[in-house]
Ligand binder design. Structure first.
Ligand SMILES: [Zn+2]
Length: 239
């Protein structure tokens, strides 16, 4: 391999992910034949992903002594930091009116249940997304990998807002708020549900997305602007 900075031969190795990202990259004045193979290309990407993942797993298997050391302290600290990153509460309008508006507009679930049985989330008379959620005084890490986020009840100084459902006033409290990240919500100003993942189950859920054509682009860290992910999703499906 040649070092692009000084043109000299180097013994430095690149990992599979970097190599495949290099091969899949779209370049303005070059024709990349790989990208023309439609579904076969998608299959190829999935194979590449499996290879990348195998490489990672092998690294973990062969470096247990190193991986079991103090690096894990950061993971142990992680649950304490959930509240700094993810919340399920109505924000203070005085302190942050922008966030308050984004959350009120985009992050209230439903509304469903007895007040709106026609809501799409209702299955067999119950909310399939389990709203309204229970009030929780403090964040607790759950057994299924998803924590129970702190949701203060109105009795515990939790804020409320009044909204209209079928022209009737309905008081929304923290039990209806979909978990969000204040930073992400304020950046994108749209519905962005954020969950903290800390179990094999939830990690598996995320990895499942790699078999979807469009996600591979994000996964391999290719240039997300050329072309857009949406364009690729269409290109891969239409034969
Ligand atoms: Zn619902």
């Amino acid at each position: 391999m040649i070092n692009p900075l000084n043109g000299e031969e180097t013994t430095k190795k690149v990992n599979s992910m970097n190599y495949y990202a290099y091969r899949l990259m779209i370049r303005q004045n070059a024709d990349n034949y790989l990208l023309r193979f439609r579904r076969l290309f998608q299959q190829h990407c999935v194979d590449l992903y499996v290879k990348i993942e195998t490489e990672r797993l092998t690294f973990i298997r062969l470096n247990q002594a190193k991986l079991r050391s103090e690096e894990y302290i950061h993971l142990r600290d992680a649950p304490d930091q959930i509240d700094d990153i993810i919340c399920a509460k109505i924000p203070d309008h005085e302190a942050d009116p922008d966030l308050h508006d984004v959350v009120i507009t985009n992050m209230i679930h439903g509304l469903c249940g007895a007040i709106n049985p026609q809501s799409p989330c209702m299955v067999d008379g119950k909310c399939s997304e389990r709203y309204p959620r229970k009030f929780t005084a403090e964040t607790v890490t759950g057994n299924d990998g998803y924590p129970l986020y702190r949701r203060r009840s109105p009795d515990d100084n939790g804020r409320t807002v009044t909204t209209k459902v079928k022209r009737m006033d309905f008081v929304v409290d923290n039990s209806w708020i979909v978990p969000y990240s204040p930073l992400i919500s304020k950046t994108f100003k749209t519905h962005c549900k954020v969950e903290y993942c800390n179990s094999v189950k939830s990690t598996k859920y995320i990895c499942k997305y790699v078999t979807k054509g469009s996600a591979i682009w994000r996964f391999l860290d290719c240039n997300p602007q050329i072309p857009t992910i949406k364009f690729h999703a269409i290109k891969l499906v239409v034969m």
